[in-house]
Design a protein around this ligand. Sequence first.
Ligand SMILES: [Zn+2]
Length: 274
Amino acid sequence: MSQQFIDPVYPVSLNKVRLYRVRAFDDYPGLTHAIFTRHGGISQAPYRSLNLGSTVGDNADAVKTNFEQICRAANIRPDQTVSVYQVHSADILTVNQANRQPVMGRADGLITAERDIFLLLRFADCTPLLFFDPVRQAVGLAHAGWRGTVKNAAGATVDAMVKQLDCAPENIIAVIGPAIGPCCYQVGIEVMNAVAENFVEVDSLLTRHNGAIDHAHFDLWAANRRQLAAQRVQQIIQSNLCTACRTDMFFSHRAEQGRTGRFGVMIGLRGEAG
Ligand SMILES: [Zn+2]
């Protein structure tokens, strides 16, 4: 059927801010989410232009203006966002109205079942993982580069949603957002060993070209998909957008040799009163 040819995520422009939406999330009016791109901000090269990273060398005022821009595009107030210092862990924090802070501390995942809390993380090749349980009305967001992936940040987020928020894995819709793809993600021995220690059947995750023994291409998307499936998540959506192939749209740490910005990914549930 034609269904399979419909892109799972699709681009939208709101004022000048360009973002992607997850088609499967459109069915839920209370759910607000956005996969922002690099377009719609005021930062100059190499951060052009919607950079949300404040530790990458960009002008602080520009980053603040960009942050205000994405909030306006998402129709939320800046003080409704909750973020963390991302440290490539698999630590997941549960946010509620009582403990919420603009920056919750050091972690790589956030979950909440309360409204008007909009989770926000920043990316440039690492995997954004978005979660929504329409039954429990809970959301989650995680950040998984190779370190977070071998630590199973995806599984840890599902586990936290189940244990902390009473979600059922089979109700959770999980989205693997734009991240560096198997086409571009060449890794060396350190990563290959870490993958081998934490996964079975690694040959389908690590592709070696021309018999190379000291490097391979790591499939972050597939690794995260496996971890989600292992937690009994049945609805897994893969955006199939490679940040390194698509530097026209996204920041890529690898493709831009580390001199680049961070794009934002946001998810939350709007309160009844809006
Ligand atoms: Zn690629």
